[in-house]
Design a protein around this ligand. Structure first.
Ligand SMILES: CC(C)(COP(=O)(O)OP(=O)(O)OC[C@H]1O[C@@H](n2cnc3c(N)ncnc32)[C@H](O)[C@@H]1OP(=O)(O)O)[C@@H](O)C(=O)NCCC(=O)NCCS
Length: 206
């Protein structure tokens, strides 16, 4: 198994990470409704714009976990602003079938201003596959992300999670993240946690 930072936008593991994202978070997420192509385009454009840190765990050709960090969440929708036509086709195809989603789309575009925190970096997505949970992989990915943020002179970052996802909230607390605030998005309560990269420590399980 190898854990590496993916800077190569041609890497096919990006598509596998996106599928893992959809498989494990679609029931909780809005953006996944627009399909794997839109997500893969976003991942690749965030990397191209140097706004993403994507860390992938490759287990003999299959992706068994990954974490995606964003350096500046104020630039989250920059790929769509820079290339609206590329994204419009995915968005309109879905909106044509489900026009009521337009309300959620506008809510999504206001996402960056939902938490009161002024911290700009964010752990956007972390997933490990079901067979690999509770073995420390998620913690390793968080530690690697913290180190990479630190290398980029980013001292702290946020993560937001549905308040009712007890295991995930616990996972963040165990990884020394500190609760900061909550907000409502898509009619659901989300908790925000903050983590310092300065005290990054391999032994963050306790
Ligand atoms: C949240 C998630 C990424 C955690 O990944 P993980 O690989 O299970 O993480 P870890 O193994 O490091 O830690 C998880 C648990 O294992 C325990 N653990 C870690 N290393 C361990 C080890 N070597 N031996 C035994 N237990 C260990 C931790 O104490 C933790 O305890 P918990 O069961 O009380 O939560 C994973 O559950 C997941 O993908 N969930 C679905 C997607 C999701 O909710 N993502 C978060 C929102 S973006």
């Amino acid at each position: 198994m190898s854990i590496y930072i993916c800077n190569n936008v041609s890497d096919n593991n990006i598509n596998k990470a996106v599928l893992l994202h959809i498989e494990h978070l679609a029931y909780r997420s809005f953006i996944t409704i627009f399909g794997p192509k839109l997500l893969a385009d976003l991942y690749r454009d965030w990397i191209k714009l140097d706004n993403a840190i994507l860390i992938i765990s490759d287990d003999d050709g299959s992706v068994n976990g990954f974490v995606l960090g964003i350096k500046n969440k104020e630039l989250l929708f920059e790929p769509i602003k820079l290339n609206p036509f590329k994204y419009a086709k995915h968005i309109f195809k879905t909106l044509y079938k489900k026009p009521l989603l337009i309300k959620k789309l506008f809510e999504t575009l206001s996402y960056k201003g939902k938490s009161k925190s002024t911290v700009k970096a964010e752990l956007l997505v972390i997933v490990t596959d079901s067979n690999n949970r509770s073995k420390g992989l998620g913690t390793s990915l968080v530690n690697q992300l913290s180190r990479e943020f630190q290398k980029n002179d980013i001292a702290e970052y946020l993560v937001t999670v549905h308040s009712d996802m007890a295991k995930s909230n616990n996972f963040y607390l165990k990884n020394k993240m500190v609760y900061t605030d909550s907000f409502i998005l898509y009619g659901t309560k989300w908790n925000t946690y903050k983590k310092s990269t300065i005290q990054n420590d391999e032994n963050t399980m306790g």
